[in-house]
Write a protein that binds this ligand. Structure first.
Ligand SMILES: *Cc1c(COP(=O)(O)O)cnc(C)c1O
Length: 522
């Protein structure tokens, strides 16, 4: 196994892809591309470690557009001066997901309850950034698109709300997310200077963590998941509520990032459970429809006091994988084709403010993409008004990928609900199969605990990390988790529509070999 793998890898490693000033000859270029193609083909067939669907068939639909520069710069719902865009397809994709997630359609800038969103140029990372930026500015009382519509009420150009003497923290958002959260959320907090509960706790309320016997904020900087690292990976809603109440009582507005399909364990946070538990807390501490006070000026320059009403919480659902997949599990469940469904997470829950998903995960795409969605009433006011493009700068990037909306559109056009339900059933079936097969391995390694685990409804199975050549061959993703005081090195496989049972069989065969796992110690 290792020998054959080394040969394949070394051909790729030894090929010179360097670009000299004179460029490459056609022959050299073609030979490089051939090596690269062979390398990718093999890696693609063996790829088990990441939640990216490799089953795709876009060539026919997209080929023509590879030699055009399509750019969806600006708001998807406003055509700008750059007309080589795929905004019509983008709007169709957004409508599709708005319906799938029970948001109010169609988008109408005058209808506060209707949805707004855009197709991301990056994946969910961008959506998480955008959602948290939106959350921060909403909670800090900054201007929204909705406020612009209130211009008629002469609420003009405020940027910051008035400081409230007896509520000094009223516009300082504090963020909560579980220990199973994707690193993009932590990065977004850093870039956006949003403080987490443990940072504010440590700085302002040292020794008062209500979850810790010593009040320590630094032992758990994230909200614990159910049973910690030993558990399924979903957030501990009771512990979340205890922490949220501590800050809500002190008038801090609350940001919560829920995982819907956590990256490593594939766990689903109980968003509805969070709503049930937290709404009474938000109500108790005046975070529902709270008044935001501004000083404005009238036409003669006299200061006048204005009041705006906003919630003091923002619930963002990071549904990178789950948001595009779980709706079809629910359909399968309703048709009695599957025994359980995931927790509700979408706009049926009034508590939800924003949702993101990655287009290259469940649907499958040759390059990263995804969807961000919120409601018109929560929409950020664009920081600039670029006359240059004639479309509001309401998205994260300037130039936006005009290519990926065609890919997503093509996927959705070709995969009806029923087909996606079939895919869900296939993945569920193969996941169970993989779990069973990996469990049988334990007999081959009696001295080594293999920790084979699968969170309910997850498309991933985790187990003890094998040796490096196997990790590389199958592109396995690895993570070390401290369980009961001991560090365990895990790997996981993801079962996507492109995953073949044969590949799992092949992996299991290789894992049976003596020496497949380093050190038969534990
Ligand atoms: C993959 C993933 C992300 C990041 O998405 P990208 O599309 O890679 O940017 C964020 N959150 C979760 C839970 C993920 O699994």
């Amino acid at each position: 196994m290792t020998k054959e793998l080394t040969k394949h890898q070394s051909k790729y490693d030894e090929t010179c892809f360097e670009l000299p000033p004179e460029g490459l000859t056609e022959e050299q270029r073609k030979s490089c591309l051939e090596v690269f193609k062979n390398y990718i083909n093999v890696q693609k067939d063996n790829c088990l470690g990441y939640q990216v669907n490799q089953k795709m068939d876009y060539k026919g639909d997209i080929e023509h557009f590879l030699d055009c520069h399509l750019n969806n710069v600006g708001d998807p719902f406003v055509n700008g001066n750059y007309t080589l865009s795929s905004k019509r397809m983008e709007k169709a994709v957004l409508n599709y997901y708005a319906k799938l997630w029970s948001a109010k359609v169609p988008h109408d800038p005058q209808d506060m309850e209707s949805f707004w969103g855009y197709v991301l140029s990056m994946g969910s990372t961008e959506g998480n950034f955008y959602g948290l930026w939106n959350a921060r500015d909403y909670l800090a009382g900054r201007k929204l698109v909705a406020d612009e519509l209130q211009k008629k009420l002469r609420l003009t150009n405020y940027l910051h709300p008035k400081h409230i003497e007896d509520k000094p923290h009223a516009y300082t958002p504090v963020a909560f997310f579980s220990q199973d959260t994707h690193y993009s959320i932590i990065k977004a907090m850093r870039v956006l200077s949003i403080s987490t509960f443990s940072e504010i706790g440590q700085a302002v309320y040292p020794g008062q963590n209500p979850l810790d016997p010593d009040g320590n904020w630094l032992k758990n900087k994230e909200v614990p998941s159910v049973e910690g690292n030993a558990g399924p990976g979903s957030i501990d809603v009771d512990k979340l509520a205890t922490l949220v109440e501590f800050f809500a009582e002190k008038n801090y507005p609350i940001i919560i990032c829920c995982n819907y399909g956590s990256t490593f364990k594939g766990a689903y946070d109980d968003v509805e459970g969070i709503q049930n538990k937290l709404m009474p807390i938000f109500e108790r501490y005046g975070l529902v429809n709270r008044d935001v006070h501004y000083n404005d000026v009238d036409e003669d320059g006299n200061e006048i006091a204005k009041v705006d009403t906003r919630n003091g919480y923002w619930i963002h659902v990071d549904g990178a994988l789950g948001a595009s997949y779980m709706p079809f599990v629910e359909m399968a469940y309703k048709q009695k084709l599957i025994a359980q469904k995931g927790p509700n997470f979408d706009f049926r829950l009034p508590i939800v403010n924003s949702i993101v998903m990655s287009g290259h995960k469940w649907p499958g795409s040759p390059c990263p993409c995804g969807v961000f969605m919120t409601k018109v009433k929560y929409q950020l006011f664009p920081p600039a008004d670029p006359e240059y493009t004639a479309s509001p700068d309401s998205t994260f990037a300037g130039s936006r990928n005009g290519f990926t909306p065609i890919i997503m559109w093509s996927y959705l056009a070709k995969h009806c609900y029923e087909l996606q339900v079939q895919r869900v059933l296939y993945c569920e079936d193969v996941s169970r199969y993989a779990e069973d097969q990996l469990n049988t391995l334990q007999y081959c390694h009696p001295e080594t605990q293999l920790f084979v685990e699968r969170t309910p409804l997850a498309l991933t199975v985790r187990f003890r990390m094998p040796i490096k050549p196997i990790v590389e061959k199958y592109s396995l993703s690895c993570e070390s988790l401290k369980v009961n005081g001991q560090v365990r090195h895990y790997a996981h496989i993801y079962i996507m529509p492109s995953t073949q049972k044969e590949t799992i069989d092949q992996l299991v065969e290789e894992l049976k070999e003596k020496g497949a796992f380093k050190g038969d110690d534990i």
